[in-house]
Design a protein around this ligand. Sequence first.
Ligand code: MG
Length: 324
Amino acid sequence: MKITRATSRAWRLPLQRKLMSSSISMTHRELVLVQIETSTGLTGTGWCTTAGVGGGSIKALIDGYLLPSLAGEDPRANERIWKRLWGECHAAGAAGITTLALATIDIALWDIKGKAAGEPLHRLLGGARDAIDVYASAINLHLDRAALLAQVEGHLAEGYSAFKLKVGRADPAEDLDRVRAVRAMIGSGRTLMLDANQKWAVGEAVQRTRALAETAPLFIEEPLLSDDVGGHRQLRLSGGIPVALGEQVCNRYEFWNYIREGAADYVQPDVGKVGGITEWIKIAALAEAANVALSPHGAIELSAQLACAVPNALHVENIFGLGL
Ligand code: MG
């Protein structure tokens, strides 16, 4: 089987309303999509998304370099293709736009492999289970207390038993009040998770997480800048809540830095950010070796398959409120 043609398309989509986390305000989402055609007639589709920045650069790298170099390759050789392309792009950046662009190709290759095998991805990649829990995740820091509680109440009514909400308001007391109210609504038997979107420095994060610990969250997600490995380790050892991160961590080496340093209780690889399925599976294995649980970030259409493939995934997240 040979790759005969590969094309890309990209969209920049305005949101119905601006979304706020503690660190960014988001007005657009971008989708970059690659289609690969083969000599057998099988085709594969892969994609990545952005929070509104970088889509044009990702498409330029795909069109200008990556796709022209695929002609004649065997699409089943995902390891060879990933290693070659990542190596060739390394000097321009080992993570970020490079891995987002690589993901579109890698996911398309796995689409072809799945179609060729006649198997769903989760079975092709390991088949650890056939179903996985889904939690309700929302971009809701901009909601006032009443609207936040109404949102959680709606997700409760839909049957969710695990919830993630944003923290990082300027006033710590306000954060605590909002989280206490959600905990009171969902009760002690359901799972609560918090996401600070890289808001704090380590000293503040220690204080904040000690205060929020009374609400018994499963984890605090991205409490610090995602580049601060030592800070996460310090927080993990001295804060009050287990630490999760990974949605901005872009390849196995960057994840290994966290895992090796004992700086995370949960890792959250995003299949688009890390360069696709080939790399995601390796990150899952690194985490398994360190007895660190996987809480995949976003991309539920693919993350559900990947989480079912491996033994150490807890759940997948369904993100509400993106408002496309
Ligand atoms: Mg997050």
